[in-house]
Design a protein around this ligand. Sequence first.
Ligand code: ZN
Length: 261
Amino acid sequence: MARYISALMVGLLAFSTAAAAESPKVVIRWHGQSFFEVISSQGTRIVFDPQNLEEFGQITVPADLVLISHLHSDHNAVGVIANRDQARIISGLKMAGKKVEWNPVDEKFRDVHVRSVGVYHDDVQGAERGKNTIFIVDVDGLHIVHLGDLGHLLSEEQVKEIGPVDVLMIPVGGVYTINGSEAKQVVEQLKPRLDILPMHYGTRNFDALLPVDEFLEDQKNVQRLPNTNELVIDSGAKPAQPAIVVLNWRKGAAGGAGEGK
Ligand SMILES: [Zn+2]
């Protein structure tokens, strides 16, 4: 009997190990403002909207693929990419004569597929702050969506174009983008499946934007991770509801969630 049970246990263990090995992990790190690093299970390093604001410590990271949502200095600071001469840098906007136009992206890069959807940086069709890009990155079976400096609620058409969302990076700090309550509505529109990562908001060290609070108010599944800027996503996870994950902007710093001193 004992032998039978231990054989069963070994069988169960082997089964669970095999199941775990089947779903690849994706690592996401936040570096303040809208600057994220995403690392695929095969090691491809994708950077979104690099910034070099003094308040966030001006860090340098290596990257294989760099995605720029628009041409403002807190989103296109490619100088912080350590190996920028080797990296593939894609801007969602381009100059067409004197006008800035969307630069539609739909391409494969190693184990990553990138698409773009053109939107605006304000709620008056770009008249105040111009155009902005949403990037949709498919990696390890996950649809990771970064909204850049989105300034308005999405149209039905745009929601369709974006498609299914597993992980959403969304601005919530108002002033130059949608604010916390508008961001809640955009989350409702996109219905992300796994994780929602607020970005582009005011922190203790950087107060040019509103804090994350309005976005978190009355939300159910908020996970504050004040001691890390890193989230590891199991691509095989099937949670009943998505989590709103508030990262710190640097690793190991004490302080309130997302507020590193
Ligand atoms: Zn901007």
